[in-house]
Design a protein around this ligand. Sequence first.
Ligand code: TEU
Length: 553
Amino acid sequence: MHQDKVIYQIYPKSFKDTDGNGFGDLPGIISKLDYLKQLGIDIAWLSPIYPSPQYDNGYDVADYTAINPLFGTMEDFDTLVKEAKDRGIGIMLDMVLNHCSTEHEWFQKALAGDKYYQDFFYLRPAKDDGSLPTNWESKFGGPAWEPFGDADLYYLHLFDVHQADLNWHNPNVRRELFDVVRFWMDKGVQGFRLDVLNVIGKSEDFVDSTGGPSSSQEKGLYTDTPIVHEWIHELNKATFGDDPNLITVGEMSSTNVPNGIKYTNPDREELTMIFSFHHLKVDYENGEKWSNPEFDFLELKEILNEWQEGMSDGGGWNAVFYNNHDQPRANSRFGDVENFPYETATMLAQTIHFMRGTPYVYQGEEIGMTNPMFDDIEDYADIETTNNYAIMLENGKTHEEAMEIIKAKSRDNGRTPVQWSDEPQAGFTTGEPWLKVAENYPEINVEKELKDGKIFNYYRDLIQLRKDHPIVSQGSYHGFALDHPAIMAYSRHLDGQDLVVLAHYYPGEATIDIPEEFLGRNYQRLIGNGDCEELSNQVTLKDYETVAFLIEA
Ligand code: TEU
């Protein structure tokens, strides 16, 4: 049963270094398993740990069935699986099956002229007028086609130039990739996170987009196409579908609720759950990530509500989350980490953990880690950031304007090393970390948090409540007061019981009317981060306050 599980994401490069080379490693993860057990999580998802030139931090895989020496050895991996299992924790691996590194043997053989491997990729000639095969834009900026050696052909890369899209139409590609999944199943992993899985179904007739670069019209040409469902079903049947305990989560870029239901309704035998990202675009100006407006709270509520209700009605299942390695820290983004660090972190966590779906905790959020606010562009390593810094300057932004945006939006915000203690480099490494540690580590670190903090314990309580109360894992979802400008409110229902969850997203006080149906019944305050104890017809919440009430049938 996956509904009562909580998944913790580890970004191995930044988690814990044991050999002093500045990169986190597998022994580092092993050394922190007791910490994860203390938190109470069920599964640890590891971002890619395979050999890779690291242009995209491992999402450019050069060998799918080996371990990057940066992170350790296959023996370390086997030890990790075993040690985790001994503590009741399963390991979930990241499968990057849409594209591989241009250093992968398949791409190298293709470049050397091997026709069999050339058919593993999308290779196309220029148009008659000499322009690129299509006008598509890479998701990391710039054109989506790059010259393929000196062959007068171009290869497709929806992401970085070092990430060549794999041609899933070729059955040999699918067979190879399914073998990869089986290889790791045989190693005893308990789950797979499947990178950008909904863009594997490009049509073989490549046509120009008419809606402009990166428009939704353009994305529609290669996103959620009907064949994606067929191939995921095929993947399921050929691999993880055999094992009812295996949990899968598809990362679905720009998807919608009807497709979300198809991907996850168990009758269709595709995936356990999906990530969708619309709720993390509420601080984009006109859909543009590289901008920095105030977030639109009503839109945030509307989107979460649409996914919660839609997936519930259609028998689908959501992965619920605010943080991952591609996102700025949610507490820096939606709250006030200077004045209300505890209230902000716990309020955001409560919003997520009581929704219908499987909650994800991203490393460091359980101690309230924040965006690092680096002023210097040199301190950012991410290709998406550096590409877009150049694009912003080209488009006329000043260095200062670009930096304000990067400080708020860069993916590196979530990737700085985990702050373990107040020792040098936050106890992450004895060497030079690959990415700078945030300066606030003397105040925000695991050691201090476990001694006298309250955020970690709040996460632990939220996780435990999911185990103790079936309504949290199984209940249906219903949103209310959707037009309230400051409070997010929803309820969950199971066997006559109701759970009412309130979360105030702003400083100061805000009052909300509670619907009749929840009043005049026996209830208990399940958990909260402030003083509010009573469920009456009006409830007032203070700065970033959250509370949940369990109401008896
Ligand atoms: O991300 C897919 C993706 O498109 C986004 O999450 C993207 O990083 C974001 O929209 C940028 O604004 C996945 C991985 O999570 C990411 O780390 C990889 O870079 C990407 O795929 C390519 O493999």
